[in-house]
Design a protein around this ligand. Sequence first.
Ligand SMILES: Cc1cc2nc3c(=O)[nH]c(=O)nc-3n(C[C@H](O)[C@H](O)[C@H](O)COP(=O)(O)O)c2cc1C
Length: 195
Amino acid sequence: MASAKILAFAASLRGDSYNKKLVQIAAAKAQQAGAQVDLIDLRDLPMPIYDGDLEREQGLPPNAKKFKQLLMAADGFLIATPEYNKMMPALLKNCIDWASRPEPNEPGLVAFTGKVAAVMGASPGALAAIRGAMQARLQLSLIGTLVLPDELGIARAHEAFNEDGSLKDAKQEQTVATLAAKLVATISKLKSGGA
Ligand SMILES: Cc1cc2nc3c(=O)[nH]c(=O)nc-3n(C[C@H](O)[C@H](O)[C@H](O)COP(=O)(O)O)c2cc1C
């Protein structure tokens, strides 16, 4: 059976993003668990804010189309998100909104339906972006993605990572590995008809 294909990304554009570091670790763990992982940086796919007039006149912007195709090609998603003002970042909502738009002869929500996702968060604060991640989980589940219920947050993220991007706390690193492996196992079971 083909291995699980996972698209991994952080919902942050910042070069030194804690969420980029976190998703990079999770992507490596998913790979170790046997998945094929495509780790992308949303900085490479800048998109305008969703605009119905733009869509009507020009269709999906090229990067929105690319992002949607990456989602469509994947069996599941690994996402690390910050929270802004206790909510999911506009960046993530906007990417999801564009990718949710059907193109001619396409069923609705084709990029999200039947996919599996694991959502994590990192923040310098004490609450580890849990509210932003919770919203992202709700958003994805409302549009047809099976979201793992696991909560994984890295609090005090400014102190949590080593220079090389690894986590200082081996237990936290293991928690990330466990969630990544669970995502891979869930996708594999679904692909083999075993779940
Ligand atoms: C507009 C704004 C709002 C923020 N609100 C929150 C918040 O509600 N909770 C929180 O933990 N951190 C908040 N932060 C701090 C972010 O967690 C911090 O900037 C973090 O580094 C962003 O994630 P990144 O490192 O992946 O870019 C906020 C930051 C900004 C710019």
